[in-house]
Design a binder for this molecule. Structure first.
Ligand SMILES: *[C@@H]1O[C@H](CO)[C@@H](O)[C@H](O)[C@H]1NC(C)=O
Ligand SMILES: *[C@@H]1O[C@H](CO)[C@@H](O)[C@H](O)[C@H]1NC(C)=O
Ligand SMILES: *[C@@H]1O[C@H](CO)[C@@H](O)[C@H](O)[C@H]1NC(C)=O
Ligand SMILES: *[C@@H]1O[C@H](CO)[C@@H](O)[C@H](O)[C@H]1NC(C)=O
Ligand SMILES: *[C@@H]1O[C@H](CO)[C@@H](O)[C@H](O)[C@H]1NC(C)=O
Ligand SMILES: *[C@@H]1O[C@H](CO)[C@@H](O)[C@H](O)[C@H]1NC(C)=O
Ligand SMILES: *[C@@H]1O[C@H](CO)[C@@H](O)[C@H](O)[C@H]1NC(C)=O
Ligand SMILES: *[C@@H]1O[C@H](CO)[C@@H](O)[C@H](O)[C@H]1NC(C)=O
Length: 429
């Protein structure tokens, strides 16, 4: 029997156990048994957001900005929406970027291993639960809801892989049987589409063929076109929906980690269709934008200071930062507990999030985060729009600024502790 799943089914018990090898690579009978019993869960909600009511986050793999931007299908799709020309991945390789999209940090992860984040780390699932906003994942060819194996099939060509499944990396998700059932596959996606049970937030991972990992951008661009083109005409799917097509990371590690991205769907403001947005964004900007859009507190991690999607920022009266990216790479993780020594050093301290401050466009920090980390000092300055860490000098010394209401420019440098108001900028503006 698939013990972890059974235990979870028996009431979402909190198991602080590492997964056994059988759970990492379950046997065929174990998979068959779970498949026969575990049913997908598709909660429905309709919480009105400021700029969108549904967010669909679709990730392709490992492509440099210019290469993706010139692929013909992606270029044609981008023209139907808003191109984000200054969106950045946060590190290499794949898994820490997926991890970042869910928990607001990489925790120093520098590898694609069987990583598990402790249950005292919150994710966007906790954010959504404060207002019962439905969420889910669609992982192509995951054999059943909440599958926790390292890959599927367990041998042969790559198809479903755990490293591209962000929610499953977090014990606060896997220790909850209901949450596990919200991690579904593409069969369930089409069923939820047909029955009008799509969640308000979803993360979509095509398999290793379709996302370009084992093929190329022409293959993944064609897949994207075929996946989206009918959906864009489906009124139920597209109404008040924001679809983000992005990449986990850029392909050339020595260059800055900027990734080609665009927004589509009925929630993209009409006057921005076919346009470009050069606001500085990272994967963390999506978490802060979800906070600001739905009016829910954030995680107090790198989502805290991350810029909001510009049209949303405008709507909620938030001033985004401008970032000087000329010396920015975001191509390596800081030293942390999830490092395996591939590019970063392992440390055993779990980073402490912020527990106070006006994070995420003014919506503050989740109560559970404040309670768990009460009276502890935040590891980093999470009010910065640029993730950095002082200890290893990763992305330290990057300048950013924003113009205050009176016209003065507030200037900062990551990691230096130096901030200041430039009055000359005030005079010249
Ligand atoms: C969320 O759902 C639970 C269970 O149905 C309910 O008890 C709770 O009041 C709901 N919370 C909100 C904010 O709607
Ligand atoms: C997807 O998951 C469902 C259960 O939710 C399962 O019945 C189906 O066989 C799975 N599809 C694939 C292609 O594995
Ligand atoms: C990936 O999915 C497609 C269907 O979308 C399928 O044809 C292909 O065989 C899958 N790749 C692998 C390696 O299983
Ligand atoms: C990050 O980029 C810098 C500058 O090109 C390069 O020296 C370094 O090797 C890169 N790091 C990794 C992990 O590739
Ligand atoms: C990756 O992003 C950087 C930063 O903007 C960009 O200069 C570079 O062109 C991208 N890499 C490649 C090889 O396209
Ligand atoms: C969170 O869990 C980790 C791993 O069990 C532990 O090392 C850390 O001390 C915990 N943090 C807090 C604030 O309880
Ligand atoms: C945090 O500090 C406050 C006041 O100093 C104290 O009342 C509270 O018990 C502390 N909380 C924890 C979890 O240590
Ligand atoms: C800059 O000045 C404004 C208004 O005087 C103030 O609110 C803000 O805290 C200052 N910022 C910094 C970084 O000193």
């Amino acid at each position: 029997m698939y013990t972890k799943t059974l235990a979870a089914l028996l009431g979402g018990l909190s198991l602080a156990l590492a997964q056994t090898s059988s759970e990492q690579t379950p046997s065929a009978p174990e998979i068959a048994a779970a498949r026969a019993t575990i049913k997908p869960y598709s909660p429905v909600s309709n919480v009105q957001g400021k700029s969108f009511n549904r967010f669909v986050n679709i990730w392709l793999e490992n492509t440099d900005y210019d290469v993706a931007a010139s692929e013909k299908h992606l270029a044609k799709l981008a023209k139907k929406g808003l191109t984000l020309t200054n969106m950045w991945a946060v590190t290499h390789p794949s898994e820490p970027n997926y991890c970042a999209s869910q928990g607001g940090d990489t925790f120093g992860m520098d590898n694609d291993d069987f990583n598990q984040i402790p249950a005292n780390v919150s994710t966007i699932a906790d954010m959504f639960d404060t207002k019962n906003i439905s969420w889910g994942e669609y992982q192509e060819h995951s054999p059943y809801p909440g599958y926790q194996g390292f890959r599927y099939p367990t041998s042969g060509d790559n198809d479903y892989v755990r490293k591209h499944n962000p929610a499953i990396l977090y014990n606060s998700v896997t220790e909850d049987a209901t949450r596990l059932r919200q991690i579904k596959n593409f069969t369930d996606f089409y069923e939820d589409l047909r029955t009008h049970r799509l969640p308000q937030y979803s993360f979509v991972t095509p398999n290793m063929t379709n996302d370009g990992h084992d093929t190329d951008i022409s293959f993944s661009g064609t897949w994207t076109w075929e996946f989206l083109i009918d959906l864009l005409d489906n009124e139920y799917f597209t109404k008040d929906t924001l679809i983000l097509l992005t990449f986990d990371e850029n392909d050339t590690y020595e260059l800055g980690n900027k990734i080609f991205s665009f927004l589509l769907g009925g929630a993209v403001p009409q006057h921005l269709l076919g346009k470009e947005d050069d606001t500085f964004y990272t994967h963390y900007s999506i978490i802060s934008s979800l906070s600001a859009n739905f009016g829910i507190p954030g995680l107090g991690r790198w989502d805290c200071g991350a810029n909001l999607l510009s049209f949303l920022a405008e709507k909620v009266g938030y001033t985004n930062y401008e970032v000087d990216t000329s010396n920015l790479y975001l191509n390596v993780s800081y030293n942390g507990p999830m490092a395996a020594g591939e590019y970063s050093q392992k440390t055993y301290e779990w980073p402490i999030p912020a527990t106070e401050g006006q994070c995420s466009g003014g919506h503050g920090i989740l109560d559970i985060v404040k309670k768990t980390y009460a009276n502890l000092t935040a590891t980093h300055d999470y009010s910065s729009p640029v993730p950095f860490d002082v200890e290893t000098g990763n992305s330290v010394g990057v300048e950013y600024s924003r113009r205050l209401k009176g016209g003065k420019r507030e200037k900062y440098v990551t990691g230096s502790g130096k901030t200041g108001n430039d009055t000359s900028a005030c005079k010249s503006s």
